[in-house]
Ligand binder design. Structure first.
Ligand code: MD6
Ligand code: FE
Length: 218
């Protein structure tokens, strides 16, 4: 798969990445004029911070959250919590344009009942990467994850169910949405270092939103 091949895709193109994993190219662009101001409000209420890994290192990705639950990392481990430890208050509520877009994307990928209660927001400056990991801190592995790329492009690494399987490289650009669940829910994944650049709307950064159903289903 080459970046040129992907660049030639039209908004609206769907690319199947696995049995239950899809790249919905440009899916978020329809609602981008509502998404970006909503995101800005969230970041004002809960600013990005570099959390500490259980090993004691500062993460190079800066993170924040919105929704009933937010994802945190500290010396004790990774988990979802109801309060932002920096402010002592609840996380900002998930804005309707973000919630609406995420559930529409999930439905388009075959998950019609997705009701996320958490959105983890990651900020990558040029040079920032995310090493291969699995997302396994959520209570219900039957629920998919919806991932939205904004700003600078990046190369997503989509691996297998074991760390040793060689990942596929998937170029992601502003407005792309990746949905995965089911048989693909526990695949290893990561992001290569973001190349320097300036995005017309977001400047020198890539922002990734991952919508999850983190708590147990009612
Ligand atoms: C990112 N994404 O694209 C990081 N996790 O910046 C993730 O770690 C991720 O995109 C689970 C599902 C989709 C994702
Ligand atoms: Fe992840």
């Amino acid at each position: 798969m080459s970046a040129d091949f992907f660049a030639a895709l039209d908004a609206g193109t769907r690319l199947q990445l696995g049995g239950e994993a899809w790249l919905l190219h440009g899916f978020a662009l329809d609602s981008i004029d509502d998404l970006l101001p909503a995101l800005k409000d969230v970041i004002r209420a809960a600013p990005f911070r570099h959390m500490t890994t259980p090993g004691g290192l500062a993460m190079s990705v800066a993170t924040t959250s919105c929704g009933a639950l937010g994802w945190i990392s500290d010396r004790r481990g990774y988990r979802y919590v109801r309060r932002d430890p920096d402010s002592g208050h609840g996380w900002p509520p998930m804005p309707q344009p973000m919630l609406g877009m995420a559930s529409k994307a999930a439905a388009a990928a075959g998950f019609p009942d997705f009701q996320p209660d958490a959105c983890l927001i990651n900020r990558y400056r040029p040079g920032t990467r995310l090493s291969l990991h699995q997302d396994r801190d959520e209570a219900d592995m039957a629920q998919p994850i919806v991932s939205v790329s904004l700003g600078l492009p990046a190369t997503f690494l989509f691996g297998g169910r074991t760390r040793s399987e060689r990942p596929v490289r998937v170029p992601l650009s502003h407005g792309d949405v990746v949905v995965w669940g089911g048989v693909d829910r526990l695949r290893f994944h990561g992001v290569l270092p973001v190349a320097p650049g300036v995005h017309p709307q977001l400047g020198e950064q890539r922002i990734n939103l991952t919508f999850r159903k983190a708590g147990a289903s009612a």
